[in-house]
Write a protein that binds this ligand. Structure first.
Ligand SMILES: Nc1nc2c(c(=O)[nH]1)N[C@H]1C(S)=C(S)[C@@H](COP(=O)(O)OP(=O)(O)OC[C@H]3O[C@@H](n4cnc5c(=O)[nH]c(N)nc54)[C@H](O)[C@@H]3O)O[C@H]1N2
Ligand SMILES: Nc1nc2c(c(=O)[nH]1)N[C@H]1C(S)=C(S)[C@@H](COP(=O)(O)OP(=O)(O)OC[C@H]3O[C@@H](n4cnc5c(=O)[nH]c(N)nc54)[C@H](O)[C@@H]3O)O[C@H]1N2
Ligand SMILES: [Mo]
Length: 794
């Protein structure tokens, strides 16, 4: 349910889309055309062969871009994937050419390992042994278990797992499964986006809302962009590549702050500033120290719009010495947050810090854009808020060409309507970080560690729907601990997984169902990040074998539960998609959208919204548009955080050493920090098995030559990466693209444990920790210490 989740988290959920719309839409007509005569001329019996159709469509996975892909379909088979050709480019629109993942979709959809039949577990849970059953048996098993477990344990024993693979589409099986559960008593919901939940929770303490992103077209004349732990060359995030490449050509200077020399550094950066992971706040603190001591801050802006900069602008009831200035100059702790101080912590040279601070503060406007990598850390909330303070100090909030914070989604984002959700009668919610505990011993979950809406849970999770997700095992932190709980069949009693492949999570299914792929279904693709358009995801080919869409079998389950009519409202999958489109047309009436038949003719619907600068009104007219914070101002110092009296949730977002960070004593045993990144060849673990994409990038451990040398590791050697939680074994890529003291591997590789539990797939979650972030109660996949050794020496 990512679109909803992101909508809610960015504070957009309660706002009518129409409130934001001020301009009309443009409809880029992209004809559905057939191949030219010349290509057919090469085929001898041209007349006997059905003409190739080139169908514009999009996938609905969870990567930020919904690219313009063109499927070549002939005789019911997708024969080739191409992308928007040069002669079909709408110059008024950002270009969304298919990336390497999009180009490889045929190898995903036609992969011989795809699941073909419904199957039920026959061995121990997790052993991976299944036998084929009929759909009738499968849906009876689901209906019977739902009835039995609900009667015995209540609806709050039913859980829908994180499943982002379909979150780029307006319609999906997981959305309809939630509907089914809600129509039959409800289910235990989880909150927190593992993607950006720490940013979403922290940003409102500065601005009153997390909806802090502007549209990228407002940056066309920004002379300086700092991408802070942001790698959009790979992660896309909407139209980033289109705009950033254009800006680069027009002379914008790009600086990238990242422990890794990412592909974005390679393609865009004029300067790379590597630092130790989790130390971003120290770098930010020192930048602020330089800016203030050199009088480069925007005093007029601070005086008019903010609270907490110095002792004269503090909220009432807070003792002296707590302002930003007092902290930076060490008024209380005697430590001035100088570049030298930060150099020791971050490993960024003091002179680089000074220059970075001066460049950011003296270039007007400047945009410091933070990705979500830095906030997927145990200190992620503070890092997210840190960038809001830098933007505030330099007066880059609410102005064209500036940038207020990390990506919170643009405030004028357009989504499809939601006519399918029904309220959940179960009030209690757990953090996504609590789910394993809720399967193991729910009595341990309290409001302090993540429970909302109740003081206690009534019992454990007994039933799990895991549809289009690999979070049951592969993507959840600390896999070994997770699967130990899942393997105990007396805890969770029934697990339904639907996927296209036998993934590491699917191995823990009691019932494993083969879903259709996006090419075999109807949907509407929605963007996230800074994209703002809708695309029809057309059904291109018929499903093969016994593959069925989740909605289709859910309908059968609903029938067996006696609620089919209420569940389906008589609509087929395509009819739901049509219905969603009609409701979207009503909600976006100003956009003059085509009807569904028109959409099928011209499947690319660009919703042109005017350039959007977050907080523009609050800055232009603060008297009538106060910030939605308690004080109505930008809160550099947050009294709400202050009142939490929590050492890891400071009222200012200053540096606090992270557990399993570079200052942890555990470094004696595990001296290297491990980070992961989202690579170009898959969306999380989706497409892991795609052979073309495996050729694009192998799963390797990036290790700096200094760290490799100290361990006798050479290029390509198999290395063991280990800590108290597990062992991973993959080849080493010895490269200066990673800062000394840090190693990195791509997220999303499939876990492949051998008999000793050593993972040969390169799944970082064998090593990651389940530590919960203090404010958001969220995930910290990126904060961990490991040691690395050449294979033979262990
Ligand atoms: N190709 C591709 N695109 C994707 C995805 C994918 O798997 N593949 N996944 C999608 C999803 S679900 C999401 S949530 C987004 C995620 O988007 P992001 O969270 O922004 O992506 P990441 O690659 O995790 O992190 C961005 C960068 O942060 C750096 N980083 C890590 N730790 C630190 C730190 O402590 N400080 C600093 N300054 N930098 C740090 C990493 O090296 C990385 O280059 O991407 C989406 N797009
Ligand atoms: N170490 C580490 N772990 C991480 C992260 C990290 O940065 N580092 N990032 C986290 C983040 S931000 C996210 S969003 C999560 C993502 O974790 P998940 O939400 O689990 O996403 P995926 O790994 O892409 O798994 C999606 C599954 O759906 C399947 N699938 C694809 N299409 C379909 C379909 O049409 N129907 C069905 N039924 N199945 C389909 C795919 O084969 C795949 O197995 O991972 C998190 N885990
Ligand atoms: Mo994500």
């Amino acid at each position: 349910m990512k679109p909803q989740r992101k909508k809610d988290e960015t504070g957009e959920g309660g706002l009518s889309r129409r409130d934001f719309l001020r301009a009309t839409s443009a409809l880029a007509a992209v004809p559905l055309f057939t191949a030219s005569g010349s290509s057919q001329a090469a085929v001898p019996a041209a007349a006997a062969i059905a003409a190739e159709q080139i169908v514009p469509t999009c996938s609905t996975f969870d990567c930020g871009g919904k690219c313009d892909i063109r499927a070549h379909v002939q005789d019911g088979v997708v024969t080739r994937i191409s992308t928007c050709p040069d002669n079909d480019v709408d110059p008024a629109m950002p270009l969304m050419r298919a990336c390497v993942r999009g180009r490889g979709y045929r190898q995903f959809v036609y992969h011989p390992d795809r699941l073909k039949y419904p199957m039920k577990r026959v061995g121990r849970r997790g052993e991976g042994k299944f036998e084929r059953i009929s759909w009738d048996e499968a849906t009876t098993l689901i209906a019977d278990n739902l009835k039995r477990l609900t009667e015995k344990y209540g609806p709050a024993s039913r859980f829908m797992h994180t499943d982002t693979a379909l979150s780029g589409g307006a319609f999906s099986g997981d959305k309809m499964a939630r509907r089914l559960l809600n129509l039959t008593g409800g289910y235990l919901e989880s909150y927190h986006s593992v993607s950006m939940g720490n940013t979403a929770a922290a940003t409102p303490y500065t601005y009153g809302t997390a909806a802090s992103g502007s549209s990228l077209d407002t940056l066309s004349h920004t002379p300086l962009v700092i991408l802070w732990g942001h790698n959009p060359n790979e992660t896309v995030f909407g139209h980033t590549n289109h705009y950033f490449q254009q800006m680069k050509r027009n002379g914008t200077r790009f600086i990238v702050v990242d422990p890794r020399y990412s592909d974005t550094v390679a393609s865009l950066a004029d300067q790379w500033v590597p630092l130790l992971p989790t130390t971003d706040n120290a770098l930010m603190d020192a930048m602020m120290y330089v800016i203030i001591s050199e009088n480069l801050h925007d005093s007029a802006f601070l005086a008019r719009y903010t609270l907490g900069f110095d002792e004269d602008s503090m909220p009432e009831g807070v003792p002296a010495g707590e302002s930003l200035k007092a902290y930076l100059f060490g008024q209380k702790d005697g430590v001035a947050k100088t570049p030298q101080w930060a150099e020791r912590i971050t490993h960024v040279p003091a002179q680089t810090i000074r220059q970075l601070a001066r460049d950011y503060a003296t270039t007007k406007p400047a945009a410091l854009i933070q990705g979500w990598g830095p906030q997927r850390h145990i200190c992620g909330e503070r890092t997210a808020r840190g960038s809001t303070l830098l933007a505030t100090l330099t007066g880059n909030v609410g102005i064209k060409g500036g940038w207020a914070a990390g990506y919170g989604g643009i405030g004028n984002r357009l989504f499809c309507a939601d006519p399918y959700s029904v309220p959940n009668p179960v009030a209690e919610k757990i953090s996504i970080m609590n789910w394993v505990q809720a399967c193991d011993d729910a009595s341990q979950i309290t409001p302090e560690n993540g429970l909302k809406g109740a003081e206690r849970l009534s019992g454990n999770i007994k039933f799990i729907f895991n549809l289009a997700g690999n979070y049951l095992a592969n993507q959840n932190p600390d896999i070994n601990q997770t699967v130990e709980v899942l393997e105990d069949e007396t805890r969770v009693e029934f697990i339904v997984v639907s996927d296209l492949f036998l993934t590491p999570s699917a191995r823990y299914a009691d019932l494993l169902l083969p879903e259709t792929s996006f090419m075999e279904r109807w949907n509407i693709g929605e963007t996230w990040g800074t994209g703002n358009y809708l695309l029809l995801s057309q059904k291109l080919v018929e499903p093969e074998f016994e593959r069925r869409s989740d909605y289709d079998w859910l309908r059968e389950v609903a029938r067996k539960l006696g609620i089919e009519a209420r569940f389906s409202e008589g609509r087929s999958e395509k009819q739901w998609v049509e219905h969603i489109w009609e409701k979207t047309r009503e909600a976006l009436a100003d956009h003059d959208l085509p009807d569904f038949a028109g959409l099928c003719q011209n499947p690319h619907v660009y919703l042109k919204a005017p350039p959007y600068v977050a907080f523009e009104e609050n800055i232009r007219d603060p008297d009538n548009h106060p910030f939605p914070t308690p004080s109505g101002k930008i809160e550099i110092f947050s009294k709400r955080l202050w009142e939490m009296h929590h050492p890891e949730i400071p009222a200012l977002s200053h540096y606090v050493p992270a557990p399993e960070g570079p200052e942890d004593a555990l470094r004696e045993k595990y001296p290297l920090q491990l980070i992961t990144w989202k690579g170009k060849n898959r969306a999380n673990s989706t497409q892991y098995a795609n052979p073309w994409l495996q050729e694009v990038q192998r799963q390797q451990l990036w290790i700096n030559p200094l760290d490799a040398q100290a361990r006798g590791i050479h290029q390509g050697d198999t290395v063991r990466i280990y800590n108290d939680r597990g062992v991973v074994q993959i080849p080493a890529e010895v490269t200066p693209r990673i800062i000394p003291g840090v190693v990195a591997m791509q997220a999303g590789a499939w876990w492949q444990p051998d008999a000793d539990g050593v993972d040969n797939g390169g799944c970082p979650n064998v090593l990651t920790s389940t530590r919960i972030t203090p404010l958001a109660k969220g995930n910290a996949h990126q904060t961990l210490l490991v040691e690395v050794a050449k294979h033979e020496s262990v």
